[in-house]
Design a protein around this ligand. Structure first.
Ligand code: GLP
Length: 240
């Protein structure tokens, strides 16, 4: 694990964007595993700028997102599909048909999980971007998720619902279930880039890096991946 501690969110975003841009430049047909949440917004802003300035092209890039809320379709402003469109896809030269987010409204969610797992197998991520839940979750793999798991539907923890409530009008509006890549789907990525900032993430960062590898802290599995870069700001690194 390479651990890079930076001053602030801006620096974290700049370095994160550098790493993704490198992958895109070295392989214009790369598959990018992408994440939602507040953490990667700065990275996406920078990727948009670099695309618009002609530094990088998404023309042949394929993307696979980590997760989606159950019950929200892509038109819903709280959905992760909507987030990805408005934060990144609408502003770069990606072909939207090459962008993939698991569906939270499939008629048969088991089939959707199988479809998404197969899609990931067929084009493994050249790089997977991850944020970090304050309880150590990655994607929506909550504590206790099996390390060998593939795409599945999960019940969200109270703490995750509380953390994400800030983006909804009221906490009752936060879906209680989601569909997420499994840990095994994340671990198949050639390269993993995890970003975390703020003191709310300090405990989880410590457990991820210094703690034992245990399903109680899903992110701790990253200790076993051979190419992981963790970029964290000073506040998130405070307990290391
Ligand atoms: C959600 C997402 C995760 C994300 C986490 C942290 O639970 N499913 O992929 O990493 O939130 O979000 P934030 O970046 O807003 O702190």
């Amino acid at each position: 694990m390479e651990i890079i501690i930076v001053e602030n969110y801006e620096e974290m975003s700049e370095k994160g964007a550098d790493l993704i841009a490198e992958v895109v430049k070295s392989n214009p047909c790369a598959t990018l595993g992408l994440a939602t949440g507040s953490t990667p917004i700065g990275v996406y802003q920078r990727l948009v700028r670099r695309n618009q300035s002609g530094e990088i092209s998404f023309e042949k890039i394929r993307t696979v997102n980590l997760d989606e809320y159950e019950g929200l379709d892509g038109e819903n402003p709280q959905s992760y599909r909507y987030f990805m469109n408005t934060q990144l896809f609408d502003h770069v030269n990606v072909d939207k048909r090459n962008t993939n987010v698991p569906s939270g409204v499939a008629e048969d969610m088991d089939k959707e999980c199988e479809r998404y797992t197969a899609l990931l197998k067929e084009a493994p991520q050249d790089i997977q971007l991850l944020g970090l839940g304050s309880d150590g979750h990655i994607g929506f793999n909550e504590p206790g998720s099996p390390f060998e798991g593939h795409t599945h539907v999960v019940e969200l923890e109270e703490s995750t619902i509380r953390d994400n409530a800030r983006l909804f009008d009221k906490i009752e509006d936060v879906p209680t279930k989601a569909i997420t890549m499994g840990i095994a789907d994340v671990m198949q990525a050639k390269k993993i880039l995890l970003l975390a900032n703020g003191k709310n993430k300090a405990e989880a960062v410590k457990a991820m890096i210094r703690g034992e590898v245990t399903e109680s802290c899903p992110a701790s599995i990253l200790q076993r991946h051979k190419d992981v870069t963790v970029i964290i700001d000073k506040e998130a690194a405070a307990l290391l």
